[in-house]
Write a protein that binds this ligand. Structure first.
Ligand code: HEM
Length: 413
C-alpha cells in the first residue's frame, strides 16, 4: 500500500508519543508527512497545508460510522455488536457529507448565533462561580475532577434543558461510548463494546422521550430550536436525537480537556501567567494560544472515497486518514516560532486547526470560547496565587489519538 517513499517505524499510539506528542509530530512532518501506519492501519497527515486541504477535500468523507465499523472489524468486533453506536454516529451531522450535512448543520447553527451565545454568558458564569466558591476556602484542589469535569457538561445540559440528575445518568451511559470511540484506548474491547452499545441505546431512549416532551411543550432550549427547524421540513426525530447526543458529547470532553491543557501551559510558564494577570486584554489571544499549543483534539479522521495522490504517496479508496490538527498547529511553515508558547501572539494571524476547518468546523466554537474566557478570567484573577502542587504530579490521561487532556491537575493557592 505505502511502499514508495521512506517508511518511518513510528507507533502513533505508543504511550510515549501520546503523552509527549510534539517530537513525534515533528518527526513525521519533516520526514514522512504522508505517513502510513501499520499499527493503526491508517494514514497520518501532519503538515499544516495538507491538514487544511484534507479538511475541505470532498474525497475524504466524514462518515465515521463507516470508519468505526471498519476499525472495529479490524479489531475483531462484529458490526452487529456495535450497531446502536454506529447507527447513531451515522445519523449525526459530524458524520455526514455534502448536502446531507448542510441540512442539520444549518438547522442547529441558528441556536449557536453570537447573540444567542452572549445571552448564555450569565449561565456559564453562574455555573463556574458556584463550583469555584466551593473551593475558595481551601488551599488546594485537583481541578480536573473538581471543576473542569463539572462545568462544561452542566452548561451544555442546561442549554439542552436537561436536569443535573438526568445529566449524570446520561454521562454514565456515555462513558463506554467515549472509551470505545477513542482509538486504542479500550483494553477489554468486547466488554467495552457491549457497554457502549447498551449505553447508547439508553441515551437514545431517554432523548427520544425528551424530544417528544419538547414537541408537546416547546421552550427556548436547543432541542426546541432544532424541532422548530424540523417543522420546516428538516430533521427527523431520529436525527434530532442523534444530533442532541452529539452536542452532549462534543460539548463536554473537548472543553474539559482544553481547560486542563491550557491551565497546565500557563502554570508551567510563570512569566506568561504574570503577563496575563497584568494585561487582562490578552485574555482572548491567550486562549487562542492555549488552544493552538495544546489542543484537546489532536487528530480527526476521515475515510477516502477516491484515490488521492499526495506528496508521492497514494491514499487508496477505503483507507482511513488521520488529519493532525495538533501537528499542523506546531508547523513552522504556518506559525513563526511555532514551538514557543506566547500569549501575545496576534490571534488574527492565527491559522490554528484546533476547531477544525472547512464544512465541519466546530459548531460549538463560540460556546467553547465563551466558556474558556469566563473560566480563565475567573481563575487568573480570583486565585492569583495559584500554582502547580509541587508535592503531587499532574497526570495526562491516555485518551488515544482523538482526545488529549489531563486526568489530574493538582494545584495550590
Ligand atoms: C466539530 C473541536 C467544543 C460541537 C468539531 C471539530 C473539532 C472540534 C476539531 C471538527 C471535527 C471534524 O472535522 O471531524 C472542539 C474543541 C472544543 C469544542 C477543541 C473545545 C475547546 C464544542 C462545544 C460544542 C461542540 C462546546 C457544542 C456544544 C461540535 C459539533 C461539531 C464539532 C456539533 C460537528 C460540526 C459538523 O460536523 O458540522 N469540534 N470542539 N464543540 N463540534 Fe466542537
Amino acid at each position: 500500500m505505502a511502499s514508495a517513499a521512506r517508511k518511518l517505524q513510528l507507533n502513533p499510539v505508543d504511550p510515549e508519543n501520546l503523552l509527549n506528542p510534539v517530537p513525534f509530530y515533528k518527526e513525521l512532518r519533516e520526514n514522512d508527512p504522508v505517513h502510513w501506519s501499520d499499527v493503526v492501519h491508517g494514514w497520518f497527515l501532519t503538515r499544516h497545508e495538507d491538514v487544511m486541504n484534507g479538511l475541505r477535500d470532498s474525497r475524504l468523507s466524514a462518515d465515521r460510522g463507516k470508519v468505526l465499523e471498519h476499525q472495529f472489524q479490524m479489531m475483531g468486533l462484529s458490526p452487529e455488536s456495535i450497531r446502536e453506536v454506529t447507527d447513531t454516529f451515522k445519523r449525526q451531522m459530524a458524520c455526514k457529507d455534502g448536502a446531507a450535512h448542510l441540512k442539520p448543520r444549518r438547522q442547529t447553527a441558528a441556536a449557536f448565533a453570537p447573540q444567542v451565545l452572549d445571552s448564555w454568558r450569565p449561565l456559564i458564569h453562574r455555573t463556574l462561580v458556584t463550583h469555584l466558591d466551593k473551593l475558595r476556602d481551601r488551599r488546594e484542589a485537583d481541578l480536573v475532577p473538581e471543576l473542569f469535569y463539572q462545568m462544561p457538561p452542566l452548561v451544555i445540559a442546561e442549554l439542552l434543558g436537561i436536569t443535573p440528575e438526568d445529566r449524570e445518568r446520561l454521562q454514565q451511559w456515555g462513558e463506554a461510548v467515549t472509551q470505545l470511540t477513542s482509538t486504542g484506548a479500550a483494553k477489554n474491547l468486547m466488554e467495552v463494546a457491549r457497554q457502549a452499545n447498551e449505553g447508547q441505546a439508553r441515551i437514545n431512549q431517554f432523548l427520544t422521550n425528551l424530544v417528544e416532551e419538547r414537541r408537546r411543550a416547546p421552550g427556548e432550549d436547543l432541542i426546541s430550536h432544532m424541532l422548530r427547524a424540523q417543522e420546516q421540513g428538516g430533521m427527523t426525530t431520529e436525527e434530532v436525537v442523534a444530533n442532541t447526543s452529539l452536542l452532549l458529547a462534543a460539548g463536554h470532553l473537548t472543553t474539559t480537556d482544553q481547560l486542563s491543557n491550557g491551565l497546565y501551559e500557563l502554570l508551567t510558564r510563570p512569566e506568561q501567567l504574570a503577563l496575563l494577570r497584568r494585561e487582562p486584554s490578552l485574555l482572548k489571544p491567550a486562549i487562542e494560544e492555549m488552544m493552538r499549543f495544546a489542543p484537546p483534539v489532536p487528530f480527526v479522521h476521515r475515510i477516502a472515497v477516491d484515490n488521492i495522490e499526495l506528496r508521492g504517496r497514494t491514499i487508496r479508496k477505503g483507507d482511513i486518514v488521520f488529519l493532525g490538527l495538533a501537528a499542523a498547529n506546531h508547523d513552522p511553515a504556518a506559525f513563526k516560532d511555532a514551538e514557543y508558547f506566547d500569549i501575545s501572539r496576534d490571534p488574527h494571524q492565527q491559522k490554528s486547526m484546533s476547531f477544525g476547518f472547512g464544512p465541519h468546523h466546530c459548531l460549538g466554537a463560540g460556546l467553547a470560547r465563551r466558556e474558556l474566557e469566563i473560566a480563565f478570567s475567573e481563575l487568573v484573577h480570583r486565585m492569583p496565587e495559584m500554582r502547580l502542587d509541587a508535592a503531587k504530579l499532574p497526570r495526562i490521561k491516555c485518551g488515544g489519538l482523538l482526545f488529549r487532556g489531563f486526568e489530574s491537575l493538582p494545584v495550590r493557592w
